[in-house]
Each structure stands twice: as structure tokens, then as C-alpha cells.
Design a protein around this ligand. Structure first.
Ligand SMILES: [Zn+2]
Length: 270
């Protein structure tokens, strides 16, 4: 499942192909895949910039029309020459005046495309109060919302309301790096621990972005390249193996329906 680093890698690898390029044709194979479609109004417009918040990727055209791309579970954005064979599960094709096409395919269709008349309309609809600040932008003060709250740390981080963009992989990695237990009650987290958590989140995300993200199975960037961060994972997928810090056997448990791996010695609850 793409998390923040993978969406950021898609954004970075997509941007040079689309910015300044004009849309010359649009093909939508599944009408229900494009919300607010049918996208005819973007024909003739140029892409001006891109923006990411959490796992949401916005592509903004020169008249403000905005397309939100959600990659879902196994969604892919491909940039290919117009002549390239159309692979199955390709639902949207945008032809550009460069001769290239941006294609979104999604075998499991948890993703999609949303069309908005303006960037303001897009952010108003998408960056609601259910979505916290972007994980790369957070500060320790953003976690002051935990004061007096009884929730557990990992479910709170996965919930997107406190911080946007983190999923199972990067939460487990960040908690291990910050020495925090996944089931730590949030109101008891000390100010120094909030700082350590922010530092860990930023470090894990930045290192993953630098390596093109994490590919477990499906994820590729727009040039069909997988991410290499999987080699760097310290806890995710390592239940039963020794902690890379203290050698203790890592424990695997199900928390909030998600497999969670932590070190019982390095990450203690208090
Ligand atoms: Zn340990």
C-alpha cells in the first residue's frame, strides 16, 4: 500500500513529465473511476504544478482545475509513449502534447481520480479536519492534541487525523526508532518523547524518499522502478528476528487489525 514516501516518489517522478505540458485528449474507460468527471474540461489546459498532502497527490492545471490522484492499494501511474501497449486495468489515459500519456491503472480499484474546478475546492474537500498536518511538516506541538486523550499511539498515528501520510510500515519503523511502544497511551507521552517521535518520523520518511520508497509487491514509480527502502526496514516484517539495536527477539502482534512488530526491550510502555 503506498504511503507518504511512495506517493512523494510518484509526485517527483511524474512532475517533470507533466508540468508545462498540454492535455490533448482524455480517455476514461470506467466512468465510476473518475469522480467529478468526465474530464473533458481539462483538454487544452497545461499542467502547472503538483502538490502532495499525506497520501493525496494533486495535479493543478493552468486555469486552477485540479486532479486528485489516489493510488489506493495497488494503483499505478505510468508515463509511457502514446504507442505503448495499453495494459489491463488501465482506467484513465491523459494524452499530452509531448506525445506521452499518463495512465492510471488499478487492478483492485481502491484508488481513483477526483476532478475539482479549482485547487481551493480540492483542498476544501480533501484536506478536512479529519486529516492532520502532513507527516513531513509536523512539529512536536502538533501532538499536543494528545493531552488528556486516552487513545493508543499506533492507532492514533494510523488514523490520519493527528498526522497525514503514515501507514503500517512507517509507523512501526518510527516507533522503533523513537523507543515508543505501539500501545503507549498518548496522554502519558512526554514532551521529549514527542520530539523524538517527530525526529524519527522525519528521518524514516526522508530516508525512504531518498531511496524511492518501499516496494513490498506492487508499488512502482511512473518509470516502473521499485523503491529500495525495503532493505532498510528495521522492524516491519521482522517479527521473531533479533532487534537490530539490542538483539532481543522482536514481537509480532495484531493491533487495530494491523500486524505490528516491536522490540519488547527498546520500546516499553509507561
Ligand atoms: Zn531492542
Amino acid at each position: 500500500v503506498p504511503e507518504l514516501p511512495e506517493v512523494e516518489e510518484v509526485r517527483r517522478s511524474l512532475e517533470p513529465h507533466i508540468v508545462g505540458k498540454r492535455v490533448t485528449a482524455v480517455r476514461v474507460d470506467r466512468a465510476d473511476f473518475v469522480v467529478g468527471g468526465p474530464l473533458d474540461s481539462i483538454i487544452g489546459r497545461r499542467f502547472e504544478t503538483t502538490h502532495r498532502h499525506g497520501k493525496k497527490l494533486f495535479c493543478i492545471l493552468d486555469d486552477g482545475q485540479t486532479i486528485l490522484i489516489h493510488l489506493g492499494m495497488s494503483g499505478r501511474i505510468d508515463v509511457v509513449p502514446r504507442e505503448a501497449e495499453i495494459l489491463s486495468h488501465t482506467h484513465v489515459i491523459l494524452t499530452l502534447d509531448s506525445g506521452q500519456q499518463v495512465r492510471q491503472r488499478d487492478p483492485r480499484r481502491f484508488g481513483g481520480m477526483w476532478h475539482y474546478p479549482s485547487f481551493a475546492a480540492a483542498t476544501a474537500a480533501e484536506i478536512t479536519d479529519k486529516l492532520g498536518p502532513d507527516a513531513l511538516q509536523i512539529t512536536a506541538a502538533d501532538f499536543d492534541v494528545w493531552i488528556g486523550q486516552r487513545g493508543h499511539l499506533k492507532p492514533r498515528l494510523l488514523g490520519q487525523r493527528d498526522v497525514a501520510g503514515l501507514g503500517n510500515i512507517y509507523v512501526d519503523e518510527s516507533l522503533w526508532m523513537a523507543h515508543l511502544h505501539p500501545l503507549q497511551i498518548v496522554w502519558r507521552i512526554r514532551p521529549a518523547e514527542k520530539k523524538a517521535l517527530v525526529k524519527a518520523i522525519h528521518e524514516v520518511l526522508r530516508r525512504s524518499i531518498g531511496m524511492g520508497g518501499t516496494t513490498l509487491r506492487d508499488y512502482r514509480n511512473v518509470s516502473d522502478q521499485p523503491g529500495a527502502f525495503v532493505r532498510e526496514l528495521r522492524v516491519y516484517g521482522r517479527g521473531g528476528k533479533p532487534c537490530k539495536r539490542c538483539g532481543t527477539t522482536l514481537r509480532s502482534a495484531t493491533i487495530g487489525g494491523r500486524t505490528t512488530v516491536h522490540c519488547p526491550v527498546c520500546q516499553r510502555r509507561h
